[in-house]
Design a binder for this molecule. Structure first.
Ligand code: ADP
Ligand code: MG
Length: 161
């Protein structure tokens, strides 16, 4: 089950969604410690994927600079409860680069992974627990959550209630 699309009327609504996600992930910290959690952010350039991730990291207690991993491919943050790897595969010329870079090792117990442009890393990318589809809607954005499995459902419930 998932919830109906959320309307994010301006940037502050995107930031609020990031905070809600952070709260959900704190509640899932034991699950993340045991098996990790994979979040995919889907949507065109400018849809708000990085804005959402930045807000989530802030709410998780990351106070330093949060830059887009467009050029570095991955940025890593040590949040109090788990490690966050924020990926952006936009610049991949082939999905094999995911394997070549050893990124598979950054997924699993103790890791919250956030992936932008996941389609560029398929089929090597580990399965998502939750996918958020962001799209342009009027002057704002829309977010549709698609959970996969128990932890994803729990996170989506927390955000949509
Ligand atoms: P992406 O990572 O998806 O390419 P960014 O987060 O880098 O997108 O950029 C999104 C842009 O859209 C930013 O300028 C941000 O201020 C703006 N933005 C984010 N959320 C909203 C919203 N709900 N309504 C209007 N503008 C938004
Ligand atoms: Mg981005």
């Amino acid at each position: 089950s998932s919830c109906s699309p959320l309307v994010l009327e301006d940037e502050s609504a995107t930031i609020r969604l990031g905070s809600l996600l952070a709260g959900a992930f704190c509640g899932l910290s034991r699950k993340i410690a045991e098996s990790g959690f994979n979040l995919r952010l889907d949507g065109t350039l400018g849809a708000g994927k990085t804005t959402l991730t930045r807000a989530m990291l802030r709410a998780l207690g990351i106070t330093g600079r949060v830059k887009s991993p467009t050029f570095t491919l991955v940025e890593t943050y040590d949040a109090p409860l788990f490690t966050v790897h924020h990926f952006d595969f936009y610049r991949f010329e082939s999905p094999e680069e995911f394997d070549d870079a050893g990124f598979r090792d950054l997924f699993g117990p103790g890791k919250l992974t956030v992936c932008e442009w996941s389609e560029k890393a398929l089929p090597f990318l580990p399965a998502p627990d939750l996918t958020i589809f962001l799209s342009l809607f009027k002057d704002g954005r829309k977010a549709r959550l698609e959970p996969c499995g128990e932890a994803g459902e729990a996170a989506a419930r927390e955000v949509c209630r």
